[in-house]
Design a protein around this ligand. Structure first.
Ligand code: NAP
Length: 255
């Protein structure tokens, strides 16, 4: 994206202090947007905001409706209506069906699906009246296909895709598009956490556990957060108005 293409735009990125969200927030700020980054850990957000011009920290827990409503309305009061909403916050943990108790299921769904719903609804409260807007959700390859031992995560990410597709129909012709990014395994803290979990459960070494994830990407390597950000960047760029309701796979090959 060109340096000043998003001048005057307000973007909000959940989970914007780390990993994929931070890479997207930096790319949008690099194109001139003012970017509100949210998450539960204020110190992580502050550090990110201090390192990059145009990023603004705001604490928000996507599982808490009141927190989402108050944080987004405060961001709107500071920087105006949200032009670009990036619902990225999420957690990933694999468990087979028998070990998926309701508490675990709810934790995954509340963060990944309820969180995306609440974020988008509160951003749309200001965006719906604008002539132009972008909603981008970070789903996953798990939003498109099933994989072993991930029923709750996969259901939550399929849900995110359903939400995006339905909203793209609801707001058709109003200048606002809704799309989902569907990455394969990306080199972030989630990979580190999963490496530890796989090692603990299977007795594999860290290297072997990491290779299990690398092997899932058809091109045989982890994806960089900046590669996901590059896809997030063309959705608000000129010429993207007709891309709507799509699942953009960033997985290194066909899935
Ligand atoms: P990450 O660095 O762990 O990012 C997750 C972000 O979500 C963190 O900034 C975290 O901030 C935030 N978050 C988690 N729970 C939250 C809550 N309840 N309220 C507010 N914020 C919350 O990992 P990542 O890989 O960049 O993940 C970003 C998204 O990409 C997730 O939706 C994930 O499912 C998706 N994804 C990742 C991969 C991958 O391989 N890494 C692949 C496909 C899709 P706090 O902890 O400070 O709240």
């Amino acid at each position: 994206m060109m340096a000043h293409e998003l001048n005057g735009r307000h973007a909000l990125v959940t989970g914007g202090g780390t990993g994929i969200g931070l890479a997207i927030a930096r790319a949008l700020a690099g194109a001139g947007a003012q970017v509100t980054i949210t998450g539960r850990r204020p110190e992580v957000l502050e550090e990110a905001a201090q390192a990059t011009a145009g990023l603004h920290a705001r604490s928000m827990d996507v599982t808490d409706e009141a927190s989402v409503a108050s944080a987004i309305s405060a961001a709107i009061a500071d920087r105006g209506p949200v032009d670009i909403c990036v619902a990225n916050a999420g957690i990933a943990e694999g468990r087979g069906l028998a070990k998926t108790d309701l508490e675990f299921w709810r934790r995954i769904m509340t963060t990944n699906l309820d969180g995306a719903f609440l974020t988008i609804r509160e951003c749309m409260a200001s965006m719906h009246a604008l002539p132009w807007g972008r909603v981008i959700a970070v789903s996953s390859i798990a939003g498109i296909k099933g994989s072993r031992g991930t029923c709750a995560y996969t259901a939550s990410k399929h849900g995110v895709l359903g939400l995006i597709r339905a909203l793209s129909v609801d707001y058709m012709g109003k200048g606002i598009t809704f799309n989902a990014l569907c990455p394969g395994y990306v080199d972030t803290a989630i990979i580190e956490q999963n490496t530890t979990l796989i090692s603990e459960r299977t007795g594999m070494s860290a290297g072997e556990a990491r290779a299990v994830m690398v092997d899932q990407n058809p091109h045989g390597r982890l994806i960089k957060p900046a590669e996901v950000a590059a896809s997030a960047s063309w959705l608000p760029a000129p010429g993207s108005d007709s891309v709507n309701g799509q699942a953009v796979e960033i997985a290194g090959g066909q899935v």
